[in-house]
Write a protein that binds this ligand. Structure first.
Ligand code: SF4
Ligand code: SF4
Length: 368
């Protein structure tokens, strides 16, 4: 259960990256468990419009081929976003997915939004032992799958600190009400003494929650959805997460959503993480800066939490990328996401998962 299969990105004729990707996925044993005609969801992120850092659709195609050859019926899926953009409803989301290569024609499986046209098709699922929540509002289109493969992209995240398995399960499987529930205690605060009125936060806010008042940013908390994009956009440390319990509660809720998903699917789920093109921001950001560290490789496991732990540990040994705008901030030899988003303690997610009963230890199996 705690094996994490890893392959680096060296490739050659007769052993290319497709071969290596298939090998680590098959090594988990998950493909062999698929039974004839089972509906198998591939939960992924198709990337926001304007972002080109998301995963290549061919990784999804390879999973589709493996699932089909095992007798299953694969489909690609994701949930709609809280904020406006190219994935805010099922129609726009499907169009964006197609434009980014995630279509029936390109992968061999249809893209089907998991929480319906407006993001409100969900079911409440228990959070065993939850501290913040008793139930999670999860998208029906994922819950109704017989099995699921989570295809994760390791990258930074402007509020969670990093994105990988936990983020893809928690925010990624939540309906719009579920996303609100996770975000609702994590709204930022303006340090008006530090604010120079550059309007960067005003421009990126997806909820029109920021006004410029006497050349200072001001947040309307009735409109703010706590997405954190303004924090990432501010270069002057004037837009900050609240240092009261807001961020910690957000992280714990996110961990509990992921725990609910894991508890619901049990051994009917497999997790694959591509630690490459490790951008500073999430694929939901409408732009992608250069990666913060060099590419690491590909990982697969039946344990999503050990998988995230292993991916971060491997990224901690990666060389910083001199072309990144964060060159100098990322030192190498430590958790790069902690170095990048020092305001956010992204290790807290592991501590909370551990308190819920998640196993984080792993046995790294290096594969050719
Ligand atoms: S967190 Fe910032 S960017 Fe996000 S909705 Fe609130 S004010 Fe806007
Ligand atoms: S990005 Fe920062 S400095 Fe610029 S207006 Fe917003 S809070 Fe002020």
């Amino acid at each position: 259960m705690n094996n994490v299969y890893f392959s680096d990105l060296h490739a050659e004729h007769g052993n290319n990256l497709e071969d290596k990707f298939r090998r680590i996925v098959k090594a988990t044993g998950f493909i062999d468990t698929i039974e004839k005609d089972e509906l198998v969801a591939i939960k992924l992120h198709v990337g926001e419009r304007g972002n080109l850092g998301y995963l290549n659709h061919n990784y999804a195609r390879l999973l589709v081929e493996e699932i089909r050859s095992a007798g299953g019926k694969p489909y690609l899926t994701d949930t709609n976003t809280l904020y406006s953009g190219g994935r805010h409803n099922g129609v726009d989301h499907t169009i964006t997915a197609g434009q980014h290569g995630f279509s029936l024609a390109t992968t061999g499986a249809p893209f089907i939004p998991a929480d319906g046209i407006r993001g409100t098709t969900y079911r409440e699922v228990p959070v065993p032992g939850g501290k913040q929540l008793e139930k999670a509002k999860l998208a029906e289109g994922i819950l109704q799958a017989d099995r699921v493969i989570f295809l994760n992209h390791l990258k930074g995240h402007e509020q969670a600190g990093f994105g990988g398995s936990v983020k893809n399960m928690a925010m990624g499987c939540a309906s719009v009400p579920g996303k609100m529930e996770q975000h609702s205690n994590s709204k930022p605060v303006v340090d008006s003494g530090a604010c120079i009125g550059c309007r960067n936060c005003y421009r990126v806010c997806p909820a029109d929650a920021i006004a410029m008042v006497e050349k200072k940013a001001a947040i309307d908390y009735e409109l703010c959805i706590g997405c954190g994009q303004c924090v990432a956009a501010c270069n002057y440390e004037a837009m900050n997460p609240r240092w009261d319990s807001g961020h910690e509660i957000f992280i714990e809720k996110m961990a509990e959503y992921a725990w609910a998903v894991h508890s619901y699917f049990g051994d009917r789920a497999c997790y694959v993480t591509l630690a490459l093109n490790i951008t500073p921001d999430c694929d939901c950001f409408p732009a992608n800066d250069a990666p913060i560290v060099e590419d690491v490789g590909m990982l697969a496991s039946l344990n999503p939490f050990a998988l995230d732990r292993a991916a971060i540990d491997l990224a901690s040994g990666a060389q910083p990328n001199k072309a990144s705008r964060f060159a100098g901030k990322i030192k190498g030899g430590g958790n790069p996401f902690l170095q990048l988003y020092e305001k956010f303690d992204n290790e807290h997610v592991f501590a909370h998962l551990s308190s819920l009963g998640a196993v984080l230890d792993y046995d790294l199996k290096r594969m050719k």
